[in-house]
Design a protein around this ligand. Sequence first.
Ligand code: CA
Ligand code: CA
Ligand code: CA
Ligand code: CA
Length: 462
Amino acid sequence: MLVKNLRRKSKLGRKKQLGMLAVLALISISSIIIIQLSTLPGNNPYLGHGLFSSGQGITNYPKEIIYLYPNRNDSDVDNIPSIGSHSYWPNLSDPNISTYDILTESNTNSSNDFTLVPNSAGTTQLYPNPDTKLNWECCNTSDDDSSYVFFNETLIWKLDLYRLENPPVIDGAKINYIEVYIRVKLHLLTESTYGFAVPMLNDPSWLIGEQSGNTFTVDPGDYMNFSSRWDRNPDTFESWNWSDLTELQAGIRVRVPNGPVAEIRCTYVWVVVNYTVPNYELDLELQWTNIPLSASDSNLCIITGNFSSNENLSIWYWNDNSWTEIIHNLQNNTWNNATLKIDNPEFTIRFKDNNETLDRLQDSWEIGMTVVVVNYISPAISPYFALFLGAFLLGGGNQSSISSTGFIIGAVALVSILGLVVGRFYVSGEAASFRKRRIKQLEEARDRVQRYLEESGDGGTP
Ligand SMILES: [Ca+2]
Ligand SMILES: [Ca+2]
Ligand SMILES: [Ca+2]
Ligand SMILES: [Ca+2]
């Protein structure tokens, strides 16, 4: 009986040991899984940076591939200021590939002037001096009192207009504004007073001057210049056209409160036309600052919408210290992909127009989602785990960077690890050896007891 009991106890002990080991293993494995699920995604700097690739749906993208949106549109890696404009650059990071950032060229040329002077008569209400000249002839040179038109009747507005010389023809020029100048003075005869003068602009169908609020008070003294400027055609309120200049007249309107003791004199009227011969260009950078280094090639994927014309748009990337072209001619309404090697977390591309000289046409391009695609293998769990556990042990779970959930998970992990260590000790370590030795001792004792009983006559039968 004693032998039977000893055998049964030995079997029960082994079952219990195996059960404990299974529980410990389960706790350990589940803890690791919990940590993997709970902490790794939160620490993954690339999570949520994009899910789409060329024509791929959200459901079937390979998990080891990461899609990165650009971080900045204001980088300047080449120390050349950007040219052109974005309509809304966050649309480059919009998974809705039908919303676009419209890139538009801007003018890089500076403006110029030309001057138009009177060359024939318009409306004539002032008096010429010398009277041997016509009014317009008195006002096409800046010669002060050598030749001028004047007026000295009290409280009456009077007008002089002059036809202007024909403008030069400048191909493709855009008129920025027209400014009318007058050079006038108030000449006193007997007492102190003042006068009014207004630069005037005239076309057969309209006349404008004081309506714009540009009535100037002229005090006694030397000749002075006054001017009024029109950025748009005052008749159409549209930008000036070249054809608007052909019928244009300019002149002066005057009034003297205290004539004839004073008279307004005008010696010169001229028109400045400010224009630009545009050259439209585009040079816009786009930058990623969080590219994970990858052993394999990366891809740049750009989806496009409509383009305004046939001017090519090219894509370059910053390769250490110079630009390397990767897409020469971006295609519209499709995905444009380029394969390249990225060996720096900072990755910069630029959108560059291909016509940079004498480009009179302002072009624009619809650019949709723009992503860098990298093959990214997540680091093994050990770095994250070690980092987490280290932080937990050092900070006792009180560090602000560790959440209460993290604390609990860490505690579970810690217990599990201890369980694993104990289990290992128990199964294959010294504990196992001790147990085996103990069993062997018990078996030897059992044999001794059995021999003793046999020798003493019990027979030891079951
Ligand atoms: Ca730049
Ligand atoms: Ca003159
Ligand atoms: Ca261009
Ligand atoms: Ca263009």
